[in-house]
Design a protein around this ligand. Structure first.
Ligand code: ZN
Length: 280
């Protein structure tokens, strides 16, 4: 053991221990779903009789086993499925919405955003690109081109070393999908893992990663409600990999908001009287 002035080796070691402890606990995943089309449209009901959240949750349990604990919540649940209790017990949230983005209240959207800043992982699926939490976290319009024509989609992995691509081939195909095309109005992804080509000619950034605050975000395109997308083994593999990738990995505090620190940590040479009225 050696010592360097100013370094606190023992504290760093204890932080490392905490991270190891965090990693060994099951990841608590909340699969959030708008859950409207499955109840109102016969075609969707046939594909997802218990809702697509049920299929996604079951897939995560199959792929991740003891490493994950899932729960489901939806728009018509208490406090739109994002009570403080639910969010407080969630390490990773997946979000699917389509027709009722505007029904999610600003207050509830803000709760999700705050939890992401505080470290919760967020996986935004398909038409969730227009959800309030995603748009707030991106800060852009998040629009795109689209066409529902049951066309072939070929999803290429452009970052094969990325954990979200683990176990996948160079590309996989979905025989019938809704098309999403560029320009996808998002900020430049920190990492781009998948791009899509569509039978009709368009291309799309299909698997995108960002970090906001302490939280990791993954957007994944497939998932239109009239196709059995969430039963696809490759799609399930990507979402399961993404759960592990966006899961919190640090117990360090993340202090948001403006904190006045009138007392300095070390002496400041200058003499200065703050005009408090400028800060009111
Ligand atoms: Zn769709």
């Amino acid at each position: 053991m050696f010592a360097i002035s100013g370094y606190k080796f023992s504290e760093k070691q204890s932080t490392a221990r905490q991270e190891i402890t965090m990693a060994s606990k099951p990841i608590r995943v909340t699969v959030w779903n708008e859950f409207r089309h499955e109840r109102s449209h016969e075609q969707v009901q046939k594909i997802y009789p218990a809702g697509m959240h049920a299929v996604i949750a079951e897939a995560l349990e199959q792929h991740l086993g003891e490493a994950v604990r899932t729960r489901v919540s939806s728009l018509d649940d208490e406090e739109q499925g994002v009570t403080s209790t639910v969010l407080g017990q969630t390490d990773v949230m997946t979000w699917w919405g389509h027709a009722a983005h505007d029904e999610v209240t600003d207050e509830h959207a803000e709760r999700v955003v705050q939890r992401v800043w505080d470290g919760m992982g967020l996986i935004v699926l398909h038409s969730g690109h227009f959800s309030k939490p995603f748009k707030r976290l991106m800060g852009t319009g998040c629009g795109l081109r689209w066409r529902e024509a049951a066309e072939l989609e070929r999803i290429w992995c452009v970052r094969p070393g990325h954990p979200i691509a683990d176990g996948l081939d160079a590309y996989f195909e979905l025989p019938q999908t809704e098309m999403y095309g560029e320009l996808f109005d998002i900020p430049e992804p920190d990492e781009l893992v998948f791009i899509s080509w569509f039978e009709g000619g368009e291309v799309f950034r299909t698997g995108c990663c960002w970090t906001r605050g302490k939280g990791r975000i993954f957007y994944f395109r497939p998932g239109h409600e009239t196709y059995p997308i969430y039963y696809d083994a490759n799609v399930q593999r990507v979402i399961a990999n993404a759960v592990k990738w966006v899961a919190p990995r640090s117990s360090s505090p993340y202090v948001t908001g403006g904190h006045h620190e009138p007392e300095s940590l070390s002496p400041i040479a200058a003499k200065h009287e703050m005009d408090a009225s400028l800060h009111e």
